[in-house]
Design a protein around this ligand. Structure first.
Ligand code: 0X9
Ligand code: ZN
Length: 420
């Protein structure tokens, strides 16, 4: 009997993310809205078990939680939810259909045009890196591209430095794509780079007084994997010691500040596996080393995620606020006002633990707590769950336009506050 129980629980664990291409046929995204604290707690327990893919994590009473459920899991989850009095609605009724519709649209867009960069379709890692190189070649007085290390599978990681003022100017560090499936993040970050470079005369004042460090896709192996194998992959692709062959760590649980204290897992098959130790993931070490290298010049750290439309600041490891939280909150409010003024898109603001949930090991917490970057923000881009990670490419441009308005507010703030 004992053997049976052990075997059954191994099967359940393995079902979370077996290292075979998952079958999306029949998968749905269910939305549940917990009405009591005990239900939030229950959902968090379900998340930690690792059997379901939570597109949004349980936040608090009244906040929707989106769970992607594979066909074979649906009957069990629906039963479980009703047992604890949780009602659900079907948010995406046919994940497979949406995936193939988007794949077809992406292929059509790419068949008709060149592989050159645009913001009407999503681009591969190689295309993004080639494009960064082309910017540096075309604008050598404004842009510099450096190789800053390799990913686990050997992809070269590049950083673009943008600015005309020379070294020593106050700087903003911006990264994207830490979570592989959050495609709108690299797309939005590259949009902003493109605006700054192609409209360099318009932004001359900012570019003369502020330096930017851009790394638009900091999880290259995971990102490529979402193009080739599993569109909904989140983590890196490193080897783990999992007996099921589960791969990858959550790169946003891997940073060495209060690592593994809360909201992270030591089970490699879960989506929030923190890695075997702080900075076990080489990609995160590469990003960390650039932040350290440019040290006290960096006044702002922005890391772009999706989705939920949130502009968050530390801490993620505790519900306590940083001493200077009011400064971070003020700047976030100004940025979000500008963002919202473009298309009316609503963003919530606050510390990540208080706005969503406690989760230690995030890059924002490290940037502030260890990297001494005062203004560290995690920004969750569009949408609020209609498409979730599968945001149609038609939304790349509006996302870029509105987000860039917010980032310009931040850049002008840096120029005015720290510029000499
Ligand atoms: O859980 C995360 O890593 C982020 N949300 S996402 O849905 N994109 O995965 C939020 C991170 C907030 N920051 C910290 N917890 N430090
Ligand atoms: Zn994310």
């Amino acid at each position: 009997m004992k053997t049976l129980v052990v075997f059954a629980s191994l099967l359940v664990l393995a079902a979370g993310r077996p290292e075979t291409r998952p079958n999306p046929h029949g998968a749905q995204v269910l939305r549940v809205v917990p009405e009591q604290a005990s239900q939030v707690h229950y959902l968090r327990g379900l998340l930690l078990q690792g059997n379901y893919d939570f597109w949004t994590e349980p936040r608090a009473v009244g906040h929707p939680v989106d769970i992607m459920v594979r066909a074979f899991q649906l009957p069990q989850l629906k039963k479980t939810l009703s047992q604890v009095g949780l009602r659900y609605t079907v948010k995406i009724s046919n994940v497979a259909a949406l995936l193939s519709k988007q794949r077809a649209a992406q292929e059509a867009a790419r068949a008709s045009g060149s592989r050159a960069m645009d913001w009407t379709s999503y681009h591969t890692y190689q295309e993004i890196m080639d494009w960064l190189e082309s910017l540096a070649a075309d604008h050598p007085d404004l842009c510099k591209v450096e190789n800053v290390g390799s990913s686990f599978e050997g992809r070269t990681m590049k950083m673009l430095t943008l600015g005309k003022g020379g070294p020593g100017k106050p700087a903003i560090f911006i990264d994207g794509g830490i979570h592989a499936r959050e495609w709108i993040s690299p797309a939005t970050v590259t949009y902003m780079i493109n605006e700054l470079v192609t409209k360099r005369d318009t932004y001359d004042d900012i570019l003369s007084n502020v330096n930017f460090y851009f790394m638009p896709s900091i999880n290259p192996d995971g990102y490529d994997y979402t193009f080739t194998d599993d569109r909904l992959w989140r983590k890196t692709r490193s080897d783990t010691n999992s007996i099921f062959g589960c791969k990858g760590a959550d790169p946003n649980r891997n940073w060495g500040f209060h690592w593994m204290e809360v909201g992270a897992s030591d089970e490699p098959c879960t989506e929030i596996y923190a890695g075997s130790e702080p900075f076990s993931e080489v990609e995160m070490r590469n990003v960390r080393d650039q932040i350290i290298k440019h040290g006290s010049d960096i006044k702002v750290y922005l890391t772009f995620h999706a989705f939920s439309q949130l502009w968050m600041y530390p801490w993620g490891w505790t519900s306590a606020l940083p001493d200077d939280w009011q400064d971070l909150d003020d700047l976030a409010k100004s940025a979000v006002d500008a963002l919202t003024s473009v298309y009316g898109t609503h963003y919530d603001i606050g510390s990540s633990t208080n706005v969503i949930y406690a989760a230690a090991g995030g890059s924002d917490d490290w940037a502030k707590g260890e990297g001494n970057v005062k203004y560290a923000y995690t920004i969750e881009l569009r949408d609020t769950g209609e498409y979730g990670f599968l945001l149609p490419p038609e939304q790349i441009l509006p996302s870029g336009e509105e987000t860039f308005e917010g980032v310009k507010v931040v850049a002008n703030f840096v120029r005015n506050t720290y510029g000499k």
